[in-house]
Design a protein around this ligand. Structure first.
Ligand code: SF4
Length: 319
């Protein structure tokens, strides 16, 4: 299998394979909250969640999606190397990514106008919505299925762990069967499903984390998920996890431990499953631990070197 020199089935590779060019992500904010924050299930959010609700890099919420798209495009262009930023990417070359809080937690008419506006933008190639599996009633899935016939729609679900005791501890607010049901309904509607998993949660040793990965590998083989984001747990200022960490210090990965472990995880996953992320980057201004994760370049370089040194992934593919 040709991964274009990448040691795993990366999101970048998948987007180039599908669209024939590089596709950029625009982080948008639908102005929603989350049942873990508005009092429906709780007021304090998941234990690790910062007040930005996983959308600390998203555009400021504003009424018009196209305005947000233009502002986010300008931010992306500023980060490109000078030779690329001089020319606008060919259209469409962007993912409209509703990242903040729970991206489907609004009445259907509001979701319809928000997502239709995003999909109708000529520069948008794909709609991606991060949400919770307990916020996907059938009518929302139908709306997304309709949009998926116009442009590809991805739904990202924050599972974090398959273990119910950890899920209760982090105050996730739904059980594993709810996640499984959402995957089945989304896939039956033809929608691409991406799952988020957090590595390093308190009370989760290597064996328990590998159980989550193995279960997601089974989900992939059963056609219930298409992609996975592996996120390193970040302890962020202002979260309940920060208080817990101060009062009950729990093991935090060193960079070397994490990189070797995340490669172990990648090797357990079927090659067809798209790996969207192997680390995760929280906002540096809020980061308490692990401090090494703030050095993104070092982490990515070390990851690439360890993949090369181990060479097991490529060996498995050619073997
Ligand atoms: S469900 Fe998402 S947005 Fe809501 S508290 Fe948890 S991590 Fe934050």
């Amino acid at each position: 299998m040709d991964w274009n020199q990448k040691p795993y089935h990366s999101l970048d590779y998948e987007l180039k394979r599908r669209f024939g060019r590089k596709i950029y992500k625009l982080s948008l904010d639908g102005g929603m909250t989350c049942p873990n924050r508005d009092g429906t299930l709780g007021n304090r959010g998941c234990i690790f969640c910062s007040s930005g609700g996983s959308g600390d890099f998203a555009a400021q919420a504003c009424p018009d999606v196209w305005e947000q798209i233009e502002a986010a495009k300008a931010r992306v262009r500023r980060k490109m190397p000078p030779e690329s930023s001089a020319m606008a990417p060919p259209s469409p070359s962007y993912i409209a990514y509703f990242q903040s809080y729970t991206g489907t937690y609004a009445p259907l008419p509001r979701l319809r106008s928000l997502f239709e506006r995003a999909v109708s933008h000529p520069d948008v190639a794909l709609l991606s919505v991060a949400t919770r599996p307990d916020c996907l009633p059938d009518e929302t899935v139908s709306l997304l299925a309709g949009l998926n016939r116009r442009k590809p729609v991805w739904v990202e679900l924050g599972l974090q762990t398959v273990h119910e005791d950890t899920a209760r501890f982090i105050r996730r607010g739904y059980g594993f069967p709810v996640f499984e049901d959402a995957c089945r309904r989304l896939k039956a509607a033809g929608i691409t499903v991406v799952v988020h998993v957090i590595l390093g949660l308190p009370g989760e040793d290597r064996e328990r984390m590998l159980e989550t990965i193995t279960r997601m590998a089974d989900f992939s083989r059963a056609g219930l998920i298409d992609g996975i984001k592996l996120q390193l747990l970040h302890v962020l200022k202002g979260t309940d996890l920060a208080d817990y960490y101060q009062n009950h210090p729990f093991p935090i990965f060193s960079m070397e431990e994490y990189i070797d472990f995340v490669i172990d995880c990648a090797e357990l996953l079927p090659p067809e499953l798209v790996i969207h992320r192997l680390t995760g980057d929280g906002p540096k201004s809020l980061l308490i631990a692990p401090s090494w994760s703030g050095n993104k370049r070092l982490v990515l370089n070390t990851l690439a070197r360890r993949f090369k040194e181990r060479n097991t992934w490529q060996g498995r593919l050619s073997g």
